[in-house]
Design a protein around this ligand. Sequence first.
Ligand SMILES: Cc1cc2nc3c(=O)[nH]c(=O)nc-3n(C[C@H](O)[C@H](O)[C@H](O)COP(=O)(O)OP(=O)(O)OC[C@H]3O[C@@H](n4cnc5c(N)ncnc54)[C@H](O)[C@@H]3O)c2cc1C
Length: 386
Amino acid sequence: MNAAPESFPEIRESVRRLCAEFPGKYWQKLDSERVYPKEFVEALTKAGFLSVLIPEEYGGSGLGLGAAIAVLEEIHRSGCNGGACHAQMYTMGTLLKHGTAAQKKTYLPRVASGELRLQAFGVTEPTSGTDTTRITTFARKQGDRYIVNGQKIWISRAEYSDLMVLLVRTTARDDVAKPSDGMSVLLVDMKQAVGNGLTIRPIRTMINHATTELFFDDLEVPTANLIGEEGKGFKYILDGMNAERILIASECIGDGRFFIDRASAYAKERVVFGKPIGENQGIQFPIARAYVQITAAAEMVNKAAAMFDGGQPCGTEANMAKLLASEASWFAADMAVQTHGGFGFAEEYDIERKFRETRLYQVAPISTNLILSHVATHVLGLPKSF
Ligand SMILES: Cc1cc2nc3c(=O)[nH]c(=O)nc-3n(C[C@H](O)[C@H](O)[C@H](O)COP(=O)(O)OP(=O)(O)OC[C@H]3O[C@@H](n4cnc5c(N)ncnc54)[C@H](O)[C@@H]3O)c2cc1C
């Protein structure tokens, strides 16, 4: 379907081969039972796809975001879902960029080999929402430990992760010069924490995403697990968010291509009124429009990834890529349901599952309005509304 040559064709081909082992039936069963795709995550880890961004000296492949987006796009285009593990790719960036030499040596090789899962990223809180500077989960220093108290929400994969990158306040918002000061990043050993101050409560959602609520009640975290400097955590998290947004955008591109592939195939074979429905322009044009939108969004994703890999500031491009890709995949999802008629609702066709799954990306990891606000105020110089 792609007019332009694909980037990283060999990586894409091997991801497609791996994904063929995990067909729709596998995902349908997990989805209905809300089970974590353990076998799929293990296969991706073993094949080295989750450690593409980890430098070779720590056992990864040392590739850039350009390769990582090829992996996630193909996972999603194949009808699989990378949401169960995509954080393994980007969460380690915080450790890689801001961790000490000792922290990197301790954790990164074990993350690269798959011995440790670093898939949980704890930022959002029930009362702060998108306004991250208002988080209240607090880590109080006591000797060589931090004592953490508070609550997080929507923390995905917490039950299936060995480590979590956690954003906390170490100084109250009222006691700092800028609201974004006074936050810190801790690396939490989940196996040690659960039952010793950390309680995880799963939240059932419209998709199979293993997301949870976390409750911290005097959880002790060694001060040695502080990443970077105390009080500078917000900046570190923002750094990682650009990678996250670009990677999620590539999942949307994969979803969009999945819907276009499936809708095109179905429109060619489904015969109604004595001819394939795809002969009708009322069916063709939405498929063509979805293709146009996904192709354009993919260009923006590629641009943002190239800027990220080139070490250029890319906050605006990462945001724009995520907005365009999530809207294009949602248009494609709606189009695919319409093209399939009643079968768009049948679980065995996977359209309804992917339709639900791709809807997430206009809300998480950042919602569309917040991206528009960034463009309006940071790029166009319009007055701030908050
Ligand atoms: C399935 C799932 C998985 C997630 N996984 C994680 C995770 O692993 N780790 C993590 O930390 N978080 C995670 N999140 C949280 C996610 O990042 C947030 O849900 C998202 O950023 C939106 O925040 P909120 O839900 O608090 O919405 P709110 O901030 O309450 O906003 C609600 C709505 O109001 C709009 N809005 C808010 N303020 C304004 C404004 N000033 N102007 C215009 N519109 C505004 C928003 O755009 C949004 O549409 C996950 C969420 C979901 C649903």
